[in-house]
Design a protein around this ligand. Structure first.
Ligand SMILES: Nc1ncnc2c1ncn2[C@@H]1O[C@H](COP(=O)(O)OP(=O)(O)O)[C@@H](O)[C@H]1O
Ligand SMILES: [Mg+2]
Length: 319
């Protein structure tokens, strides 16, 4: 099974999970915006929605009417654009009726998530972003277990200023530690409110909670995203047929929004993290090498000093 997982994910350069202790804090919105920003900077991106009981990615990306197709190689994800820069997969596409609620037992969830990883033909991707349900449940354990050999970049933890329940975050961070999932950092969502009229940002709740929490747990703070009602409006299904053409899709609309500027900087922070980690490892390797080199150099110096001593001795002898 593990080998199967690796085969289907073999051509994916980076895998990032989006987690949070609570529902409604914006995991799916953060997943969506991370994907849109990455596509905007020229990456090929896939989104995997493993929220089996409340899948919201198909609706957020405006493709909830689409269906996945079965090819000889597996499930073909739903593509959002002609250039196939963004695709997604969700249980939402497999339900007969969008309003169906599915009651999953633990082993069924595990099997479904494994199937999402082994049977979807993701092809070549720069990034796969995985949207998860709240907390640390069966889905999280299954995904962490299935991705063990693939070594994802890590997890982004989403919180809101008012939901900074330290116990929840501690659980989330402990989970990441237990399953050896690197923590890329914390994003504070719904941090302040952008007025739709004057575009000024007002702090409705206290701010800085996410940052303080990140400091307390010694993880990085990746940035804060304000509440922007125009973002929610952008996700509403369009009623006019002409607004469903490609020019009006989320991929085209989002870069013109206020949140795009904010989220682009956060995306830069997220993607810089694995590189920083690589750099840290490289730095450690260099320090190690340097130490080894230093030792070698010291030995050489010592050896040459001994040789000089002999020469000196010889010189002294000659004198
Ligand atoms: N920064 C934001 N500005 C405005 N609305 C937001 C923002 N973040 C999330 N929302 C809205 O809040 C609701 C819950 O967000 P969602 O991403 O579905 O949360 P979760 O996935 O954590 O349950 C959605 O309707 C979403 O559109
Ligand atoms: Mg969600």
């Amino acid at each position: 099974m593990a080998e199967e997982t690796i085969t289907n994910l073999a051509n994916i350069k980076h895998i990032i999970l989006v987690l949070s202790g609570k529902g409604g804090v914006g995991k799916s919105s953060i997943t969506t915006q991370l994907a849109l920003c990455l596509v905007n900077s020229g990456n090929k991106v896939g989104v995997l929605d493993i929220d089996l009981t409340g899948p919201s990615i198909p609706r957020m990306l405006g493709v909830d009417e689409k269906q996945v197709h079965q090819a000889s190689t597996g499930w073909v994800p739903v593509y959002l654009d002609e250039n196939q820069q963004l695709c997604c997969m969700s249980i939402g596409f497999l339900l007969q009726n969008k309003n169906d609620s599915v009651i999953w037992r633990g082993p069924k969830k595990t099997a479904m998530i494994r199937q999402f990883l082994t049977d979807v033909c993701w092809g070549e991707l720069d990034y796969l972003i995985i949207d998860t349900p709240p907390g640390t449940s069966d889905e999280h354990i299954s995904i962490a277990e299935s991705l063990k050999d693939v070594k994802p970049d890590g997890a982004v933890i989403v919180t809101t200023p008012q939901a900074v329940a330290l116990a929840d975050v501690r659980k989330e961070l402990n989970f990441c530690k237990k399953v050896k999932l690197p923590i890329l950092g914390v994003i504070e969502n719904m941090s302040g409110f952008v007025c739709p009229h004057c575009e000024e940002c007002t702090n409705l709740f206290s701010t800085g909670g996410g940052e303080a929490m990140a400091r307390e747990f010694e993880v990085d703070f990746l940035g804060r995203v304000p509440i922007d009602p125009s973002f929610t409006l952008m996700l509403e299904p369009s009623s006019t047929p002409e607004s469903n053409d490609f020019k009006n899709t989320l991929l085209a609309k989002y870069p013109k929004s206020n949140l795009f500027q904010v989220f682009s900087r956060i995306t830069d922070n997220v993607v810089a993290k694995p590189n920083q980690m690589e750099w840290r490892l490289l730095h450690q390797a260099l320090v190690y090498q340097a130490k080894e080199g230093q030792e070698k150099l010291l030995n050489e110096v010592k050896a040459s000093e001994n040789a000089t001593d002999i020469d000196d001795d010889v010189e002294i002898d000659i004198d």
